[in-house]
Design a protein around this ligand. Structure first.
Ligand SMILES: C[S@@+](CC[C@H](N)C(=O)[O-])C[C@H]1O[C@@H](n2cnc3c(N)ncnc32)[C@H](O)[C@@H]1O
Length: 369
């Protein structure tokens, strides 16, 4: 286990604690899953704030787990630290004998441990072997991707996962270079990317290799596929009143999160029916309006927080969800009536933004805001 480098400040820590508290602070034993344990900054704060909470911490990176184990040693009697990909959560819970959970946190992406490690290849600013696996015990490396994928496959992954405008040019440069010599180092790859991007474009949007490295990392770790499975699986495990908080660091993660939550907060019943049909009501309510962004002070203190987007939701009591539908319907009728001639006037005190019920407002399209 290497020395820790960097600052490792947990992102949006106070806000995460505030959102999780009503679920984890309920009387009796509560169960919290940290699906991306990392260096256990969030986990340590949760365990400290909630003395009756059991923590199940997952990470696919064995080095992160080793550091977390040391940091959380004083909580040893109420933690389970598991080497697992987060889409394995249902199996982990079965194995540990926890049928349901009260809180779950996903703090996505790479940890500062991984970014700062000179030998892991995540950082374009440091020369290292092109590895980029979060779990170094299995899977293909970035070196294998870069040296074996076809031009269309490379271009597609750079375009889709890196949102890279010059994906085709970069893929061509990679193919040309590897015909000459195998590409094995992060510095060589970063240089190739820089050379492929027209000079005016290099001056904007941060380091020219940033998007290529993000794309390779996502591909190597199959990040989006795991997240797409893990989010619904974790939502399914939450008790009534249980809460999920997700911190995303790029638009692809945030979009998956938004869609996973939107699927649960929408009623699937007919719009005009005043009551919810059994089984058709929303099962969750949003706790965040759109995606929450960090404040200036947080970004100044912790540059890693600059790109974070937070979304959170709480599982509803099915009865309360039915009642909410009835209240909302009454409210809609009242607003509609107000706008009929001779039945009251706008501005008579009803604020559509304070509609009772699901906390969604008109916010469904609020991605990235
Ligand atoms: C941003 S860090 C978490 C930092 C942590 N919240 C803290 O306070 O120290 C993300 C962690 O999630 C892990 N991770 C990323 N994807 C994962 C996945 N699919 N399954 C399990 N762990 C994952 C990474 O290895 C990394 O250690």
């Amino acid at each position: 286990m290497g020395e820790l480098r960097g600052t490792h400040v947990p992102v949006l820590l106070e806000r995460c604690l505030e959102l999780l508290a009503p679920a984890l602070g309920r009387p009796g034993r509560t169960v919290h899953v940290d699906a991306t344990l990392g260096l256990a900054g969030h986990a340590e704060a949760v365990l400290t704030a909630h003395p009756d909470t059991v923590l199940i911490g997952l990470d696919r990176d064995t080095e992160a787990l080793a550091h977390a184990r040391v940091r959380l040693a004083r909580f040893a009697d109420r933690i389970h630290l598991e080497h697992a990909v987060y889409d394995e959560l249902p199996d982990v819970l079965d194995r540990l004998g926890y049928p349901a959970i009260d809180g779950v946190l996903f703090d996505l992406g790479v940890s500062s441990l991984q970014l700062d490690a000179p030998d892991r290849g995540f950082a374009y600013a440091q020369d290292a072997p092109l590895d980029m696996r979060m779990d170094q015990t299995r899977g293909v490396t970035a070196e294998e991707v870069v040296n074996t994928y076809s031009h269309p496959d490379l271009a597609r992954l750079l375009r889709v996962y890196g949102e890279e405008k010059f994906a085709g040019k970069i893929a061509s440069a990679i193919i040309r270079e590897r015909e000459r010599a195998r590409i094995t180092s992060s510095a060589r790859l970063a240089e190739l990317v820089r050379e492929s991007i027209p000079a005016p474009a290099r001056r904007t949007g941060g380091h020219p290799a940033k998007r290529t490295f993000q794309a390779l990392r996502i591909e190597v770790n199959r990040e989006l596929a795991a997240l797409e499975t893990a989010l619904p699986a974790a939502l399914d495990k939450l008790t009534v009143g249980g809460r999920m908080v997700v911190l995303s660091y790029h638009s692809l993660e945030d979009r998956l999160t938004k869609h996973a939550l939107a699927d649960r907060v929408r009623s699937k019943g007919p719009v005009d029916l005043p009551v919810e049909l059994p089984g058709s009501g929303p099962t969750f309510r949003l706790l965040s309006r759109g995606a929450e962004l960090p404040g200036e002070a947080e970004v100044a203190a912790n540059p890693r927080a600059a790109s974070v987007r937070l979304r959170a939701a709480e599982r509803l009591d099915p009865e309360a969800a039915r009642q909410g539908r009835t209240d909302r319907e009454r409210y809609r009728r009242r607003v509609k009536a107000m706008h009929q001639p001779g039945t009251g006037s706008p501005g008579s005190g009803t604020d559509p933004a304070s509609a009772p019920g699901d906390g969604i407002g008109t916010d469904e399209e609020g991605e990235g805001t």
